[in-house]
Design a binder for this molecule. Structure first.
Ligand code: ATP
Ligand code: MG
Length: 575
């Protein structure tokens, strides 16, 4: 187990520590009241029945009525405290988890499947349920089984030794149940996660799945994984059932053992029948929480695993969220110094020693064949990926010194595959700056060419675009993404193939907008479009992560397009 185990949880649970103390104190009284029943039985057998004391019975009944009422009130109070604990865990841990995942660097987020991240919220549920559900109640009651044992020693000493023996056996069962069941649970969990991953991938790629009728190809792996999940579930269920039933046998065995030993003691006149009956009740009280412990061992094991996973997550490094130095709005000079970046260890660098200097101001382009590293370069320039070596400077400062939020304010970025969120068009544009006025939103929309198609929609900017913006065309989505980036009015703007989905008219209008914006801002576009390249102040051609060719648009363009060849082909020869 990691050294940091539980530190995050402990600090998150600090506010509810007091509540746990209250629960423990309440549990003492709850369990003291439990003692009233065997004492009642003992008195009825030995006094009322034996001596015919009906008045005693009345008094005892009144006492019991009071005890039962009190018991109910105490248990209710305890439940309410546990509800508060659950609420606190839900609120605090849920918030911390969301914040943590959001603060992880992009590389970390990309390193695991989407279903993996979602699974952390199941972990949260496990933590909440174990900390506030029946398992927690059980743990609070557990220390007080000593009370029952103590009372047995007092009223039925000759049979008391049976209980420690049973305790030993049950602990052995609990330990082996924990080990076996938790191993089986983990197998079930990972099989289910893989199966759910397949499902969510199928839903995400639904259009492709339908278009290519891929469902038969997907069904086989899904069914294999589904079968694996079911098999693991059966195995886990079988084990859990076996241990559960073993626990019940132990309760019965305890009664049999106590009664046998007790009967001998009664014959020997070492104790009364009443004491034997009371000892039996107490014995069940003693053993039941232990049996429940065996049954719950799985949830404790699941809790430990969930806590370990959350621990590992909370120990992961976050992006910088504080800024050493608040700076005024940069002028927009973007410099890269010997950038090197590799996606994975041992792979060849995708960006291999790139140095450049852009702006302030101007429209700049990066061209290159598919896979030459254009998108990766833009991500490095926006600080989405930290370079393995080298640095990116905005004006004179390394962007690594600034918080993610600040870099995002200063360096706008429109990714190659832009993502929109469920909601309407206005909200999607306003997302980057929720406090923006309608006028600012309209200006950004106008510049990005959103206005042109929104005018034709019946609901205009209030049009709901569906999950992931799927109700819009690719070009419409792209324009909204550009508007979203423009709304922040960043001094530097990086656009990854911004005209890939645009029709020629939209492309020309985007070109005019970019030229206009480039008068006061630094723009870098990755593009293959001759329309955009034609107006660029400078062009840089990438080849296998290196700059193959760079210079003013006027110099580079003829070499890229020499004949009527596509820019990629020429970039190669230009190297
Ligand atoms: P395109 O013109 O197709 O958009 P590009 O020039 O933008 O191409 P990049 O997306 O930067 O190319 O990719 C450069 C190289 O890095 C490719 O060889 C690709 O396989 C690799 N690559 C890109 N993204 C990842 C990733 N997340 N993990 C591992 N390798 C990646
Ligand atoms: Mg790309």
């Amino acid at each position: 187990m990691s050294k940091s185990r539980g530190t995050w949880l402990r600090s998150l649970l600090a506010p509810v520590k007091g509540l746990y103390r209250e629960v423990l104190a309440l549990s003492l009284f709850v369990n003291l009241l439990v003692l009233s029943v065997p004492l009642f039985v003992l008195s009825v057998y030995d006094r009322v029945v034996f001596h015919g004391g009906l008045t005693t019975l009345e008094a005892l009944l009144i006492g019991m009525a009071l005890a039962l009422a009190f018991d109910f009130v105490l248990r209710q109070a305890r439940s309410r405290i546990f509800q508060r604990v659950a609420l606190q865990i839900d609120i605090e841990l849920g918030r911390a988890l969301f914040r943590k995942i959001a603060a992880l660097p992009l590389r970390a987020l990309e390193s695991r499947a989407a279903a993996d991240w979602q699974a952390h919220f199941n972990d949260l549920e496990i933590v909440r349920n174990t900390r506030s559900g029946s398992a927690a109640v059980l743990l609070c009651d557990l220390p007080y089984i000593l009370l029952f044992f103590g009372l047995i020693v007092v009223i039925a000493a000759p049979v008391a030794w049976v209980l420690p023996v049973m305790l030993g056996i049950l602990l052995l069962i609990a330990a082996s149940s924990g080990l076996l069941v938790s191993r089986a649970s983990e197998a079930e969990r990972s099989a289910a996660r893989e199966r759910d991953g397949l499902l969510s991938e199928m839903i995400q790629g639904r259009a492709t799945v339908k278009a290519l009728a891929l469902d038969p190809a997907l069904r086989a792996p899904w069914e294999a994984q589904h079968a694996k999940t079911i098999e693991a579930g059966l195995k886990r269920g079988g084990l859990a059932d076996a241990f559960g039933n073993l626990g019940h046998s132990m309760v019965m065995l305890t009664t049999v053992a106590l009664t046998t030993v007790g009967a001998l003691a009664v014959l020997d006149q070492q104790m009364t029948i009443g004491a034997l009956v009371a000892a039996n009740i107490l014995g069940t009280r003693f053993i039941s929480p232990l049996v429940q412990l065996v049954n719950n061992w799985r949830s404790f094991a699941a809790y430990r695993d969930a806590a370990r996973r959350l621990d590992a997550l909370f120990a992961e490094g976050e992006e910088r969220s504080d800024t050493v130095l608040e700076l005024p709005r940069p002028k927009g000079r973007l410099t890269a110094e010997s950038l090197v970046f590799t996606y994975g260890e041992g792979q060849r660098p995708v960006i291999d020693g790139i140095s450049m200097r852009l702006g302030p101001g101007g429209l700049h382009a990066v061209v290159g064949r598919n896979g030459s590293g254009k998108s990766t370069l833009l991500k490095l320039l926006q600080g989405l990926y930290p370079p393995d070596s080298g640095r990116v400077l905005l004006d004179e400062t390394d962007i690594a010194q600034h918080a993610r939020g600040q870099v995002a304010d200063w360096i706008g970025y429109v990714p190659q595959d832009c993502f929109l969120f469920a909601g309407n068009i206005r909200d999607n544009i306003a997302m980057s700056r929720p406090e923006a006025s309608d006028e600012e939103i309209l200006t950004a929309a106008e510049r990005a060419g959103v206005q042109a198609f929104v005018a034709e929609l019946p609901a205009g900017y209030a049009t709901e675009i569906g999950e992931g913006g799927t109700r819009l065309s690719g070009g419409q989505r792209q324009r909204i993404a550009i508007a979203r980036a423009l709304l922040r009015d960043p001094p530097v703007l990086l656009l990854d193939e911004p005209s890939a989905n645009l029709d020629p008219q939209a492309e020309e209008s985007l070109r005019d907008q970019l030229v206009e914006l480039a008068k006061t801002r630094t723009l870098l576009v990755s593009t293959h479009s001759p329309t955009l390249l034609g107006v660029c102040d400078s062009i840089m051609a990438l080849q296998a992560g290196k700059i193959a060719l760079a210079g003013s648009g006027r110099d580079v363009l003829p070499r890229l397009f020499g004949g009527a060849a596509p820019p990629e082909a020429k970039t190669r020869t230009g190297a």
